[in-house]
Ligand binder design. Structure first.
Ligand code: SF4
Ligand code: SF4
Length: 443
């Protein structure tokens, strides 16, 4: 028996207790200081005489036979690959890269926009391609930009057509929008099968308007709020996204209070996500303003302690901790956290195909075309599809691999030039915060 190489063991933040978790065997426990000291001895390979404790650690797979562990790993990996074949595919369509906003931190601001428009002919080619290529797979469509919901009659006309085609194909639709024209678009959106409208709001009025303004500099907060109200009133689900950095994070309590006061958080059509403002390809923002992944979550953890009502607005995931607290069990082992070219693809109005939203429209990242003719760079697509913790050499012996999944392929490629390189996640540190937040540690 040996200490499983997939055990994640550490102290719970602000508590005398510890946690141990093993994504391969699916076990997780809070440990008292005494139990943690015994676990620490086992981790160092020392012997422990407490038979009950040893038996429990063996039954939960924290102590495991090496061969049995390898077998279990292989079998879970096969399950993961099989399930992925059946998973739903998210297909992004970029209708335009142009935008009516000039956000202070836009990662697309250096993209050169080809002076083309999405035509009916290209839309037909797009629907034929996805119908053929992903035949028999569950799938849904996410419309993305630039800003898709622009006010021009031409834009409304092409969306009417896209919604018609999506309805014919039985596809649900999501829209990722800055929300400025949402109120005007709601009647048109209601004609589709809308799964979700993702809208970005970076804070209450003053903070939001200092970051997400129109090209002319005017504020956008009030119109977006009217758009969110109209969307919810019409029964369409909203996913409110906050792009967080040091410039707006301290406004989170006020934004949460605003959303609670508006009654948004009481609606089952409303959910939130906090995205980290980070340097994807390059960054316009002051680098001093950017959080690392762990420092963002540490800051949110501190804010929630001070203003517990924030969790009515947003409950941080802290790796798998929130899932564990809500489901009473761990998620399946995560051999790959990057869906690019597997369960995610992106297409744009120039006729190009990309791996995902991080690469769409970026020079040199095209993987082929769906219009005017179909072409594919099979070798690069294969590299994306092969990427997981079993093929990234750095991940092989990493104890948190089955909760991390190797991170984002695009971030990894931007850093090292290699798709098959790691983008490390601070899993242990996130779990330290997560166990402190969601489990009654001191009892
Ligand atoms: S490359 Fe990054 S952004 Fe793209 S699918 Fe993978 S994890 Fe997501
Ligand atoms: S990306 Fe880094 S943290 Fe994640 S599994 Fe690989 S080595 Fe571990």
């Amino acid at each position: 028996m040996h200490w499983s190489k997939y055990n994640i063991f550490s102290a719970i933040r602000d508590s005398g207790n510890y946690f141990i978790l093993n994504p391969l065997t699916g076990s997780a426990d809070v440990l008292s200081p005494r139990e943690a000291s015994l676990a620490g001895m086992l981790q160092k390979g020392e012997s422990v005489s407490d038979a009950d404790f040893l038996n429990e650690f063996i039954s939960k797979g924290y102590l495991i036979d090496e061969e049995q562990e390898k077998k279990l790993y292989r079998s879970k990996y096969l399950d993961f690959s099989d399930n992925r074949e059946k998973d739903e595919i998210q297909i992004f369509l970029v209708t335009n890269y142009s935008c009516n906003f000039a956000c202070s931190y836009c990662y697309q601001d250096q993209y050169v926009f080809p002076g083309k428009e999405l035509t009916r002919e290209m839309t037909d080619a797009f629907f034929s391609y996805i119908g053929r290529e992903f035949a028999g797979r569950k799938k849904y469509l996410t419309i993305f930009g630039g800003e898709p919901l622009l006010p021009s009659p031409r834009q409304k006309e092409i969306f009417t057509y896209i919604i018609e085609r999506a309805n014919l194909a039985g596809l649900e639709l999501c829209f990722v929008t800055n929300g400025y024209e949402l109120e005007e678009y709601v009647p048109l959106l209601r004609t589709g099968k809308i799964r979700e409208i993702q809208v970005t709001l970076d804070g209450t009025k003053t903070v939001h308007d200092s970051r997400r303004y129109l090209k002319g500099g005017s504020g956008t907060f009030e119109k977006i709020v009217r758009g969110v109200d109209a969307t919810l009133e019409n029964g369409l689900p909203v996913n409110l996204r906050v792009v967080a950095d040091k410039g707006n994070i301290n406004d989170l309590p006020s934004l949460a209070a605003f959303a609670i006061e508006k009654g948004w958080t009481g609606s089952n059509l409303f959910k939130t996500q906090i995205g980290r403002n980070y340097e994807l390809h390059h960054c316009q923002s002051d680098p001093e303003l950017l959080f690392s992944r762990i420092s963002l979550y540490e800051t949110i953890y501190g804010l929630v302690k001070q203003f517990p009502y924030i969790t009515e607005f947003h409950k941080p995931a802290y790796s798998v901790a929130k899932f564990l607290s809500e489901n009473g069990s761990l998620p399946d082992p995560l051999f790959d956290s990057c869906p690019a070219c597997k369960t995610e693809w992106a297409f744009d109005y120039t006729g190009n195909i990309y791996s995902c939203t991080a690469t769409v429209g970026k020079e040199g990242e095209s993987l082929g075309t769906f219009y005017p003719s179909v072409t594919k760079k099979e070798d690069i697509i294969e590299r994306w599809q092969d990427r997981d913790v079993t093929t990234i050499p750095e991940c092989h012996d990493c104890p948190v691999q089955l909760a991390c999944g190797g991170g984002c392929g695009s971030v990894a490629k931007n850093r090292t030039g290699e798709i098959g390189s790691p983008d490390c996640r601070p899993v242990k540190e996130l779990l330290e915060l997560g166990f402190a937040s969601y489990f009654d540690n001191d009892k």
